[in-house]
Structures are given as C-alpha cells and as structure tokens.
Design a protein around this ligand. Sequence first.
Ligand SMILES: Cc1ncc(COP(=O)(O)O)c(C=O)c1O
Length: 379
Amino acid sequence: MMKIPLSRPFWEKAEEEAVQKALRTTLGTGDGPNSEELSHQLKELTGAGFAIAVTSCTHGLELVMASLGIGSGDEVILPSFTMSSTANAVVLAGATPVFADIDPVFANIDPADVGKRITSRTRGIIVVHYAGMAAPMEMITNLARRHGLFVVEDAAHAIGASYQGRQLGAWSDAGVYSFHGTKNVSCGEGGAVITSREDLSRFMDVYRANGTNRKAYLEGIVDKYSWVDRGTSFFLSDILAALAVSQMKKLGEISRKRSQVAGFYTDFFRKFEPALILPQVPEGSDPNWHIYALRLPTPQQRTVFIREMRKRGVEVSYHYVPLHSAPMGAKLAKGKPVRLPVTDLISRTLVRLPIYPGLTNQEMEYIAASARGILDRIL
Ligand SMILES: Cc1ncc(COP(=O)(O)O)c(C=O)c1O
C-alpha cells in the first residue's frame, strides 16, 4: 500500500543551499538581506508599492487590521468558510466579524450576500481567494467604493494566482500571503503583506518593529530610534526568508506542476459528474491550484469516501468547520441565528485531494484507482 500525504513541501538542493548560506552569513534576525530580497520579489510579482515579510499570514492579517485602525463598534464582513485567522484578526483589533455566505460554484465570498450585511458600523470586507481561485474582485471593490469600505485580501492560498492579469493580493488595500509548510511557496511558517498604500506601509513598519521608528533610523531619516507607538514583533527570521526566496524563484514551476496534477484529476473524475462536483475556474482567473477539492452529494458519502481513502493510505481531508457555527462564532452571535446555507452545504460535502509538485504519476494513478473503487460503490 502506498502512503500519500495531503501536502509535501517542494524543497530541493537550492533551498538547502540558501538556508546554509543564510546560516553562515546572517544573524537570522528579521529585515536581513533575504527578507529584503523576498520583499523585492513580491513587489516585482505583484506590482505593489510595498511588501513586508512576516512570521505568518495570521500575523500579517493582524498587522493589516491594526494598520486600518479598526476597533470597538466596527464591523468587518468576511466569509465564514475560512480559517479562524481571518476572523481573529478582526476580533483581536477589538472589532466584530460579520459572516457572509459564499457562492455555490467557487466557494468564494458572495457579493450579493455581503451587500445585505452592510450596516452603518461596517468598515470593511475581507475576501479569501479560496483554493487560489479569484474572488469576484470587481464586484467587491465596487461595493466597497459605494459604501466607503476598505477591502483586504486574505491571499493565504493565492500566491502566484491572478485575475484578469493582476495578481491576487494586489486588488485591494492590502493582501496577505501564507508561506506555511502546506502552501505553494513554503518556508515552514511565514507570510507576507503587500500594499500600495503608503500610510498603511508606514504604520506597519512601526507596528511590526515593537512600536519603534527603527526603519526610519536604518534609512537615516532619524538619528536614533525609540518607542513611538504601540506595536509588536512580526519579523520573519532571515533564515526562513532565504527559504522563501528560493521558493519564489520556482513559483512558475510550482504552479505549473500543481496545474498538471489538477488536470489529471479533472480528466479522471469527470466521468463521475454530475454526482461529483469538480472544481471550476472563474472566468479571467489563472489559479495556482493550491487546493483540489471535490464535492460529494451528501455528508454521509463524504465520510465514507474519506475513511476509505485513508484506509488505502491516501490522506484526503476536509475543511473548514464554518466559523459561524464553531463555538467562538456562536459566542459572537449571542444567540442570534446566522443563516449561511451555501457555507453549510459546501463545508459538509467537500473533500481535498493530495496536490503538490512532487506527486508522481504512479501516486496519481494510485489515488485515482483507489477513488474509483470507492466512488463506483457509493455514488
Ligand atoms: C484562508 C486562510 N487564511 C489564513 C491562514 C493562516 O495562515 P498561516 O498559517 O500562515 O498563519 C490560512 C492557513 O491555512 C488560511 O487557509
């Protein structure tokens, strides 16, 4: 029996050498030469004016929410179908997350549902580009403009993916990427924030440096640095930044190889349509295939599929437990019912398959053969 994990980093000799070099030549602290190079790569890729390496996408989202100055009494609309990090960033800033539903095809935030949840307290919208497929950015940004709201992209899944030729993450006030060990570009734990707003970038430079004007000091703008505002430390170690730089150089190859795996799955699973729902690509979107997710007709069929695939050594998984129905979501709702029917349906029937550049043809054939045996029986 084969053992196939859900995800595996694409680290090779180049990454080993980059880390070794960083160990020999840097202090390993933040804002070293590799962080600078990473920032340069991200600006080149996205066209953003500013790019900052951070310890995680989670911290990047917190940094962005702090920079937008939200607080008590403010509301931010975001999908319930996401990781807790997206909502925690709002909660930790002292504001209230308001959950919106997703569309039934791409599992991205539904602009019509967002529109219904805007109140006089709404300050902004956070979109998640689920699986690296573009959320409907024109509709969201138009809606935000009409109501004077900020838009932030949780682009944890979306490095290297684009919509209408523009990189995801670069469509809004700020975008945040994840370089977690399961992501397309991985340094174990890490992330980055991009923005073209100088005011946000200036705030973030102080906030992430323990509230000091260290950046201005390093640039020779002030002759000593000191504590000037509230803040914390979100610096990515330069050793991890070296790993991320090395991965960024292979971004094209990573996306291409993932796309080949996705193509194999789609060709294979098409025969089970329409019972099985395959991932769709939004028009104008060039995805990075961070996730390949199928949907089964019922939660019961999904449970059987996952159990049987795991018995055959194939790690398939599901997500997310919708935030509105999780214990913290229920606490925030204070007994008021939150109705998100598409989120509920998708989260109960979705299943993720292994996808990563190093997946071999033999492994893909094994996954397909294992799935066929189960689907022929349960569909
Ligand atoms: C949508 C979304 N946002 C944020 C995160 C958090 O990323 P990180 O692990 O880099 O903090 C994740 C992690 O998978 C995610 O899926």
